[in-house]
Design a protein around this ligand. Structure first.
Ligand SMILES: *Cc1c(COP(=O)(O)O)cnc(C)c1O
Length: 397
């Protein structure tokens, strides 16, 4: 067990690790888990990884659970990583293009990564009732892990969330409330009721552990990319560019944290992949803040998009996303809903992967980057397909 403490991501205030916490008690910003990385590095070696389990729990030394009995897993993470030459051939410049297919996770999205960590920790810290506001996939993942752990799951989703999301939650035993509003409105309901009801709020970045689960995408990327035949990159063992469909930004923030940890453990140097956020034009708070040079993003009015995972008008980790994009020399790009839905069929026909609309958004974003000279001939680019298209049948009607 290598956790030393929790630390506020904004004001750095130190918090105790082994009690239930939501946000920083001083400034109300997200708490991040800190580890004794020297100790972690002693046993988490690249050699030792060769024989470990094919799940994200292979990175136990840099994950927060103390007692392995508390891990609630369903076999999560360690998803496939493909090189996509037929898709790359449709681009105007020659690139090494890869997809990390997160639709292979339990409940068909990478939300399972965050929830396996959060629910395992909730179990370890004695929680029996959970609540979450969700744009869709977080709810399905929470319902599944709550069911496996034997906890009560209370879920608040916008009424127009894709049907697959509401049905899977009901079928896995959750209490589902549909709300006439956005995820931010759902979040307010959870915040108002949680104390009286005794719920632990597992909203993303309002508890410290979902980001820990999601950061494993950074570790896996390193392992997969470094083993890939003929990989080319200016950065040793990581791609030049990572394109990430960003809602709350948990995965991007998590990977950025993972790269820091990996550097401190001596796995990589100080050069980082350029982190690229993609959002829908009709809900693009991070893109707007990036373009205006701001560190915090204003709430995006009248947010709407069929890519429901991107329908997050206000992200509590906005400054962490924007800091990472800027520090990496990356960028933020918006695409239209028409472009991202059309990209599902295009990617599907050239790779065999039925992507979520969120994941498909990476392709029109990459085309815009090429137009703007944000990516150059010969570079390596990874697109994150964050979920499976099977959960969005309405979007293809
Ligand atoms: C939640 C979600 C996103 C956004 O993820 P964040 O890490 O919160 O930015 C993207 N795609 C899908 C399919 C999602 O469910």
């Amino acid at each position: 067990m290598n956790v030393t403490h929790l630390e506020c991501a904004l004001c750095n205030l130190r918090h105790e690790a082994n009690t239930l916490q939501n946000l920083c008690r001083d400034c109300g910003k997200p708490l991040l888990v800190r580890y004794d990385l020297e100790k972690a590095a002693a046993s988490l070696t690249l050699d030792s990884l060769q024989t470990r389990e094919s799940s994200l729990w292979r990175y136990r030394e840099v994950l927060p659970v103390v007692d392995g009995e508390n891990i609630v897993s369903l076999g999560v993470g360690w998803t496939s990583f493909f090189k996509t030459d037929r898709l790359a051939a449709t681009l105007p410049i020659k690139l090494d293009l890869y997809i990390k297919d997160e639709g292979q996770n339990p409940t068909q999205s990478f939300k399972a990564r965050g929830m396996t960590a959060a629910i395992s920790m909730a179990k370890e810290l004695g929680v029996t009732k959970l609540a979450v506001p969700s744009a869709g996939n977080a709810a399905g993942a929470m319902a599944a892990y709550a069911a496996l752990a034997g906890m009560e799951a209370n879920i608040f989703m916008p009424a127009d969330t894709p049907r697959a999301n509401t049905i899977e939650c009901q079928q896995t035993g959750a209490n589902v409330t549909l709300v006439d509003g956005l995820i931010t409105d759902c979040g307010k309901i959870v915040a108002e009721r949680k104390d009286a009801e005794g719920w632990f709020d597992v909203s993303t970045l309002k508890e410290p552990y979902r980001v820990e689960g999601k950061k494993t995408m950074g570790y896996e990327l390193f392992e997969h990319f470094s083993q890939f035949q003929n990989q080319k990159s200016k950065i040793q063992n990581l791609p030049d560019v990572i394109i990430y469909p960003t809602g709350g930004g948990t995965g991007l923030i998590g990977m950025w944290k993972a790269f820091d940890e990996m550097e401190q453990m001596g796995w990589i140097g100080s050069t980082r992949p350029r982190m690229v956020t993609v959002q829908s034009e009709t809900c693009a708070p991070i893109v707007r803040a990036f373009e205006r040079g701001e560190r915090f993003a204003d709430e995006f009015e009248n947010a709407s998009t069929v890519a429901s995972g991107l329908r997050v008008p206000k992200a509590i980790g906005d400054f962490l996303i924007l800091d990472a994009i800027r520090a990496s020399g990356g960028t933020a790009i918006s695409v239209t809903d028409e472009e991202l839905v059309a990209a599902v069929a295009e990617i599907g026909a050239l790779t065999g992967i039925f992507t979520a609309p969120e994941g498909a958004a990476c392709l029109p974003a990459l085309r815009k980057m090429i137009e703007r000279n944000d990516v150059r001939e010969g570079e390596s680019v990874v697109m994150f397909n964050t979920g499976s298209g099977v959960k969005y049948l309405e979007a293809f009607a």
